[in-house]
Design a binder for this molecule. Sequence first.
Ligand code: ADP
Ligand code: MG
Length: 383
Amino acid sequence: MIRISPARQAVRLYHEVFASDPVVAVSAPGRVNLIGEHTDYNGGPVLPVALQRRTIVVAGPADGWEFVSSVDGVVRRAGLAGAMPREWTGYLVGVARELERIGRAPAGARVAVASSVPIGAGLSSSAALTVAGAGSLARLAGRRLDPATLVDVASRAEHEQVGVRGGRMDQTIAVYGRRDTALLFETGSGTLRRVPMPGRIWIIETGVSHKLTGGELNERRRECEAALGRLRERWPSLNFLADLPAGDLAAAEALLPEPLRRRVRHVVTETARVRLAVEVLERRDLAALGAILVEGHESLRRDYESSCAEADLIVESAVAHGAWGARLTGAGWGGAVLMLAPDDRLRDVLRGVAADFAARFGRKPVSWSTRAAGGVRREALGS
Ligand code: ADP
Ligand code: MG
């Protein structure tokens, strides 16, 4: 199958819809978090990589605001004042409002979007959109945003404008991603450190949309807050759950009722797994990373209860057929599994997983691979 690149697709769409050519083009990647799930809002570390799949936002000058995405090809008009659009254009209106706040928005724009990032699969199509959008619209206004400002504008667009509560991991990796490199992001302190990630990463989509279960995520956040409140009675200086030393875990568990006990166990052991993952990646030991992924998945399944039957089956089947390891990635209750496997086992693993999945769920899961890729960048406008 020949696929046209999102860059060409966006330029072509712009041309078709607006009968002119865009003047700026910026792309940003989706991401997959290798390990460190649900640690972000607990002040812990995360270890994302940027995907080779990207979203591109091309733009040209206009008096008002017009948006079109390759998802449906429908042109939507919006103003920056007044109510926030409820559909996808809200993300870009949010970006434009945030740019306006810091004096870097164009007066208006025509915008076309195309993407190869799966939408709503836990691979952060939303941050790819807001980061590429911020880069593109700022350039249209004749401004270049430094990386920290890009993260800030894109995060605020999603959190303050669209109103999706979340951390800054997605926007940070979409900006700072680098080829064959993972990014250790300490969400408590905001520090970044690059770690080698030389392997090919397989993504196996469960086909279950995590959107349907947003309520569970908020429930977990409340549980974590409640657990932190109780643990602070014993450790008053504890700022985040992820700061609890692993050596204090047994004492902490004794103070907590279920299910808070299990939630804290996940956060503390997951934080330790991120530290270990960094160590094994410094040695480029992907087999050891695979084993850490499997432990992480088990912790999500048993302690955080954020997995789903489809993901459990993929992980179990992948390991049974010879993968180094796999785990559910993203918020949970659906989304995608990330998997690492040695090249000489790959065919067997992918076939085995597809067959086991089809036998249980009556359909084939979509799977594809990526290497760790670069972050936001300007794209050439040639056609
Ligand atoms: P995720 O970020 O995991 O893919 P989210 O629910 O955070 O899932 O974001 C998905 C939303 O982002 C979509 O519902 C849509 O509003 C918007 N979006 C992302 N990519 C695109 C795109 N290429 N075109 C239009 N809207 C998009
Ligand atoms: Mg998102």
